[in-house]
Structures are given as C-alpha cells and as structure tokens.
Design a protein around this ligand. Structure first.
Ligand code: G3I
Length: 372
C-alpha cells in the first residue's frame, strides 16, 4: 500500500514537472512530510494558500523570525500554511550562532529547522560567509592563517550540523560591491579573492547533497553588478567550484522595476545553475495608499512570473510575510508596508496577485506566454 501511494505521488510530481519544464535535478532535497493542513474553522472549506497553488519543483518560501515563531500563534499558523520553504532571517548568521569563540547558540536556528520539518518545509540556510553579522571576537588584526582557520571551522561546523536538513545554503552573501568588484571585506583583505571558492568547497565537503548558492542584491535586473556576478559565477564554475545556484535577493521599491528580469534570470540559468528569488519585498513610501499597494502587487506578480518562466528557478522567497515584522522601517526611513500581509496579518493586494497568477498559470498548464 505504502509503495503504491509513493508510486502515485512520484508519478504526479513527474507530470507536474513536465508541465513546467523543470527537471527533478532542481527539486530541493531534505523535504519534510508534505503539506501541513490549513487551519479549519468548524468544518468550513479550508482557504487555499500560496503553497497549495505553487507548481511542483518551485518552492514558495519566506524569511522567518524566531520571535514571531515563539510568541505569536497567528504568525506560526500563516508561516506553516502559506509556505513550503523557509529561510532563517537572522538565526543562522554567524553572530547569532557563535557569540563566543567555540560557544554555539543553536537554539534559535534549531527551533526554525524543527518547525520547518514539522510543516513539510524545506530550509534555505542563510548565510555562511558575509561581511555583516560577523561575531565581534573575529578580529581583522589576526594573521591571515587564523582568519582562514576560523572561517573554515565556522562553515564546516554549521553545514555539518544541519546536513540533510538544509536543502540549500547561501554560501557567500553580497560579495560584490555596487561597481561589481569584489567587496572590500575582512575576507578579501585577509584571504584574497580565493576565499569565495574555498567557502564553496568547505560547504560541499560538509554536506555534498546541499545546494550551494551565491546570493546578492541589485542583480535582479540587467545591471552592471549583475554582469559582474554573471562573470564571477561563470569563472567559478569553469574552475570546478561547486556553485549550484544564484540567489537574487530582490529588495525592491514599489515605483521602480528591474530591467528584463526574465532575460537576466535566463542568462544565469544558461551557465547551468539554478536560480532563486531569495529575499523579495517591495517597500512603499509611507503612508501607503491603495494605489501604491496595487503597484506593489504588480511588482510581486512580475517577479513571480519571471521565476515561473525560467525552468531553472527553484524557489520564490519573500523576506518576511507580514508588515508587522519587516526589516524595512528600521533600515529605510520613511518606507514600509513591504510584505504580502499587513500588520494584522490580513492579505494585501500583493498576496491576491500572487494567488491569481498561480491560478492563471495552473489553468494554462504552467506555461507563461510572452515577456514578464
Ligand atoms: O537580536 C537583537 C536583539 O537582542 C536586540 O534587542 C535588538 C536591538 O536592536 O537587535 C536585535 O538584533 C537585530 C536583528 O535584526 C534581529 O531583529 C539587529 O540589531 C539587526 O541589525 C538585525 O537586522 C537584520 C539585518 O539583516 C542584519 O542582520 C534584519 O532583521 C534582516 O532582515 C536583514 O536581512 C538581510 C539579509 O540577511 C541579507 N540581505 C539583506 C537583508 C536586509 O537587510
């Protein structure tokens, strides 16, 4: 019986993959037990959610916040029902994980991973090597060998701990500056440009099955920085470095639109890597108005269409799902309302737009005609 259920499930996935032109190779591993049931109010039909409508082979993810998870049952319910993937917004950053040398604080990250497993969600690990959120005890005054040793130890320890439970890692995050040069960081200064390749090799050694991503912002459309990232990924792949994917953060503004999203994702896909929308949000200038939220919805839809139009796009992740917990107001003065749900967790036009887009695509058999 179990075998036949598994066979039917496999066949259904294969049909779905054929429809969207995705290969099983790009399917995330380390999946959990399948979709969690949506909360049901006294036997009424359950509301459809984003994860219900997402085509097979493409994950719908969100950044998740430990505080929301611990304190807010409504937050937990939406997190578990709307998404089938999650990224730790902060809990897997080095500063969170290792406050003192050799002393790890795993509880926050473990809590998210356990929640994900209980709700059939893939975990996207964020992030191993970054210039930000480095623990204060890592000193730029150390000799290069010591910096290299602690970085390798960090990558190896974290990836090994979550081996088989994290399907993909942002191995390096934001390594390019605005001009497309390698960013001036402690890693570049101390270790030279080879640290990028080394980080991928260390991560691969610690979990050969994990998908390894390079992640950046300002590269969603065709920009100078995107051109530079393309060259970097091509060179790394030619050198045999295990780079499996490119993450496009996509922190956007409601009144600006990236140039040629689809064409840009495609040129990366042509290098043989997966691509992923990793941190999408669309901030608006406050106060938000119905018109601004409609424009915001158009952009969310456009990014989803771009991802679905490119078979190599394996996940579509928003950077938090509620305006109540978004990073935007704290970092972009005068902006906010960037998420799919408002502060009271009611769906906004952007959520409706994504649902509508997924229904349209399902009714067309998963094929997106025309430009994004
Ligand atoms: O946890 C402490 C808390 O103990 C303290 O009371 C509080 C006081 O400020 O700070 C808390 O830490 C903050 C943390 O978010 C958790 O809320 C940090 O100060 C704050 O800097 C941190 O900001 C995060 C930021 O990355 C820096 O790590 C944002 O939440 C997070 O959304 C943002 O995410 C980044 C991605 O990692 C990379 N791409 C860009 C994206 C947006 O900046």
């Amino acid at each position: 019986m179990l075998v036949s259920v598994a066979l039917v499930a496999t066949a259904l996935v294969a049909v779905g993959l054929a429809l969207v032109g995705r290969s099983t190779e790009t399917l995330p591993v380390a999946d959990g037990a399948g979709p969690a049931p949506a909360p049901s109010a006294g036997g009424t039909p359950e509301r459809q959610t984003l994860r219900d409508l997402m085509p097979p082979g493409v994950r719908i993810g969100t950044a998740a916040d430990g505080r929301g998870l611990s304190l807010d049952p409504a937050y937990r319910a939406l997190l578990g029902t709307e998404f089938n993937a999650m990224t730790a917004e902060n809990a897997m950053k080095w500063r969170s994980l290792e406050p003192l040398p050799g002393v790890h604080a795993w509880a926050g990250a473990d809590q998210l991973v356990e929640f994900a497993q209980q709700h059939g969600q893939a975990v996207y690990g964020h992030t191993l090597v970054w210039h930000s959120d480095v623990p204060k005890w890592v000193s730029p005054d150390w000799p290069a060998e010591r910096v290299r040793a602690v970085l390798q130890e960090h990558v190896t320890t974290v990836v090994s701990r979550y081996r088989g439970r994290v399907w993909a890692w942002d191995v390096v995050n934001e390594v390019l500056d605005e001009d497309g040069r390698l960013r001036d960081t402690i890693w570049l200064r101390k270790l030279g440009p080879g640290y990028v390749a080394d980080a991928f090799r260390w991560a691969h050694a610690a979990d050969p099955a994990a998908r390894l991503f390079i992640n950046d912002y300002g590269v969603e459309g065709r920009t100078r920085k995107a051109d530079a990232l393309l060259r970097l990924v091509r060179d790394l792949r030619r050198a045999g470095v295990p780079v499996d994917g490119v993450g496009f953060q996509s922190h956007l503004r409601w009144d600006q639109s990236p140039r040629d999203l689809v064409g840009n994702l495609r040129r990366f896909a042509q290098l043989g890597v997966s691509v992923a929308i990793t941190e999408l949000d669309v901030r608006v200038a406050l106060p938000a108005s119905p018109q601004k939220l409609e424009q915001q919805a158009v952009l969310y839809r456009r990014v989803l269409r771009a991802c679905l139009a490119v078979p190599a796009c394996v996940s579509f992740t928003v950077w938090g799902f509620t305006d109540a917990r978004s990073w935007i107001p704290g970092y972009h003065r005068g902006y906010g309302a960037a998420c799919l749900f408002d502060s009271g967790l009611a769906p906004k036009p952007a959520h409706n737009a994504l649902m509508d887009e997924l229904r349209r695509q399902a009714s067309r058999g998963g094929v997106v005609p025309g430009p994004d």
